[in-house]
Design a protein around this ligand. Structure first.
Ligand SMILES: [Fe+2]
Ligand SMILES: [Fe+2]
Length: 282
């Protein structure tokens, strides 16, 4: 999958250039996976596995997160002046809606109960909405990579069920790679006097998401618990350090599939690498 798009010359790429835009958008568009949620063969589960699946606490939050991400990304796509960027963000929105379809099909098939649809708030600033969603995904997906590996290795669910979610998880890696480059491109293309304004907006979105996610420590935010603490729901006892190390290696493995000229998102790996020495082995 590491092939370079033919429309982008080989060699180093300057962040913010037309070649940079073509590269990160084409890599995103050309690596689209055309799977169809409607034809996923959901495996039959034995009574114990079914109970474990229906008892997981995060399905409601997962469906809402995908729906909200799709809505925000579509708003950002509709507001994008550049046709190529618009096409890529619209595909991102489509994929989020498709994640929701996968989850809803699974929920129906196994009889999992969730509350009716939530009431979405209006999005007066699509760029702000995309920044918030993008940084939220960067955080959540990083932990989802580790969680998925735990689910794969644990045998807690049949492999056929776990594998249904492989394309979903890989798409999230693609999304955060695209988002990191979209942010860098937008930053570089702002006129000099307004660059600090966009930078401030980024920092605000990032800080808001970081604060929101760190509230998990106080047990007051279900979304963070879903990804950072999800392995406990899967009945796996793993030290925080071992889990973070797993997230790091899975992040690197999933990102390695894309054009090497695209710099990898650094924020979450850097944050976790700083935290690791402070964590015990137990
Ligand atoms: Fe998603
Ligand atoms: Fe996503």
């Amino acid at each position: 999958m590491n092939a370079s798009p033919s429309s982008v010359p080989s060699g180093p790429i300057r962040i913010g250039s037309e070649d940079h835009k073509r590269l990160f958008c084409r890599v995103f568009l050309d690596t689209f996976d055309a799977y169809k949620p409607a034809v996923i063969p959901w495996p039959t589960l034995d009574a114990d596995a079914l109970k474990r699946l229906t008892g997981l606490p995060f399905w409601q939050m997962a469906v809402e997160t995908e729906e909200e991400a799709g809505r925000r990304m579509q708003a950002a796509a509709d507001a994008s002046a550049d046709p190529l960027i618009r096409e890529a963000i619209a595909l991102n929105a489509f994929e989020e809606r498709r994640h929701k379809d996968v989850l809803e099909n699974m929920i129906r098939f196994y009889g999992i109960r969730i509350a009716p649809e939530y009431d979405p708030a209006p999005l007066p600033d699509p760029e702000w909405a995309f920044l918030q969603t993008g940084y939220g995904e960067a955080f959540d997906s990083f932990f989802a990579f580790g969680l998925f590996k735990v689910a794969q290795d644990s045998g807690y669910f049949p492999p056929e069920l776990v594998e249904v979610f492989e394309p979903v998880i890989q798409e999230e890696a693609r999304h955060i790679l695209f988002f990191a480059h979209w942010v860098a491109f937008m930053q570089a293309n702002r006129a000099l006097p307004v660059r600090p304004v966009f930078m401030a907006k980024r920092v605000r979105a990032l800080a808001q998401k970081a604060w929101n996610r760190l509230r998990f420590a106080r047990g007051s935010d279900n979304r963070s618990s879903m990804t950072m603490d999800g392995h406990k729901s899967l009945g796996i006892s793993l030290s925080p350090r071992a889990f973070f190390e797993l997230c790091l290696s899975e992040n690197d493995r999933r990102m390695a599939r894309y054009d090497a000229r695209l710099l990898r998102p650094r924020f979450m790996p850097a944050l976790v690498r700083v935290a690791l020495p402070l964590m015990g082995r137990a």
